[in-house]
Design a binder for this molecule. Structure first.
Ligand SMILES: [Zn+2]
Length: 93
């Protein structure tokens, strides 16, 4: 039987952070759904900046505290295809 990979639990801060240009906005925190360990956080406002891309390590698959298999694909850099082809990436948006 294939092991189930768990999506992190997501929690938004109560209030947005208003500093920064554009404002940082809400802090979005991600937790292990099993043991509640904090995994990573980022500000909502940062995601709106064109030069910002939040990424986690491609090798990160398990919670470091309880060992739960985590589904973090959404935040991982896609598999590199051909070396040196970076200029040819087309951004879908
Ligand atoms: Zn855990």
């Amino acid at each position: 039987m294939k092991r189930k990979a768990w999506k992190p639990k997501i929690r938004k801060s109560d209030r947005p952070t208003l500093t920064g240009t554009p404002p940082l906005g809400y802090l979005i925190s991600h937790y292990c759904p099993i043991c509640g360990k904090h995994l990573f956080s980022f500000y909502e406002g940062d995601l709106k900046r064109p030069d910002y891309k939040f990424r986690v390590s491609r090798d990160w698959n398990y919670c470091s505290k309880c060992g739960t298999l985590l589904d973090l694909d959404e935040w991982k850099e896609p598999e590199p295809e051909v070396k040196g082809a970076a200029e040819e990436i087309e951004w879908e948006d």
